[in-house]
Design a protein around this ligand. Sequence first.
Ligand code: NAD
Length: 362
Amino acid sequence: MERRKFTKTLITSMGALGLSQNLMGNALLNNNNKKLGIALVGLGNYSTNQLAPALLETKMCELKAIVTGSPCKIPQWKTKYGIMDHQIYNYENFDAIANNSEVDIIYIVLPNNMHKEFTLRAFSAGKHVICEKPLALNAQEASEMIAAGKKANRELYVGYRLHYEPHHQETIRLCREQAFGKIKHFEGGFGFRAGNPNQWRLKKLYGGGALMDVGIYVIQGARYTIGEEPIAVTAREYKTDKVKFSEVDELIVWQMEFPSGAVASCTTSFSASTNHLFVAAEKGFIRLSPSYTYNMIAGYTRGYSFDFPQVNQQALHMDGISNHLINGVPHLNTGGDEGLRDMKVIDAIFASAASDGKRILI
Ligand code: NAD
């Protein structure tokens, strides 16, 4: 693509981004400024350092309750976010949130093995749910969560923030429009060094392991760039520290086959740092590196770099979901069904790794 054309494309896309944010603002005004109330369940790292600060920036939703098993955390949340006594729950009395009309959405930010239980309890309380990734421990659980939402006539969303990130949006657009021809190959990896050996991310019971925690981003990336559903998976698991990673995967390398013949080669690790996405097409490539971070995402293609402003992904994600609930504006592919599709792939990757790389059909 010529430089002029590429620059124009970026400007057009940025215009679209600004427009979508304006539309969200107008939608809010048309709705008498009523923001949806969000309850954060689990006040760990992601809630404390990303979601709660993001909820100070959202236009269509706001923090209206907290659910925590650690009373010592309560004073600082009261001070920082003006949380009042009637907006505070623990894991035992959580179900009483059904009577709190200020809360519309329950955002589940707990260890992975608790996602299903709290999603089902939130639906029983008559609330909509945003559940963090991975949606569940496996596809069976994810299906049960989706069915519970349908039965309760409430929406289920998953915490896939990158669908609201402009570098990823531009990458998806270039792929859908075949700007560089047909996609033949995807290559991606996400890994970091999981330090503390006692953390839940290293325990099987909690649904720990690199694939569930960060490999899922690579599955997402392959699926939304290639734009197809994988039909088969082959995977191998490797360990350099059999003590620390006795219960969960340290490193998995896997391939996904897609109906068009495109192939994705993917890596996830809890002992080495990697963070990238590479799409190889007939006449060019797209690279995001780093790719899955909260900020500083950088994109390149055929000698040009993507130049989008950094955004608050979490704020845009929660506003996008609120806009869907309030005004019926489609969210950007962050529904429970999307979480289920990834769980099916994860099930297949584990099955293949457990059988020394046998090809597993999805
Ligand atoms: P964390 O360990 O920092 O927080 C977990 C919270 O759960 C803590 O407040 C802890 O007290 C609470 N908890 C309740 N019961 C627990 C139990 N039995 N054992 C351990 N903790 C218990 O974890 P986190 O990094 O905030 O991750 C929480 C969820 O958010 C996970 O599902 C994770 O995958 C997801 N996450 C998503 C992103 C993203 O970018 N979308 C980023 C980080 C984490």
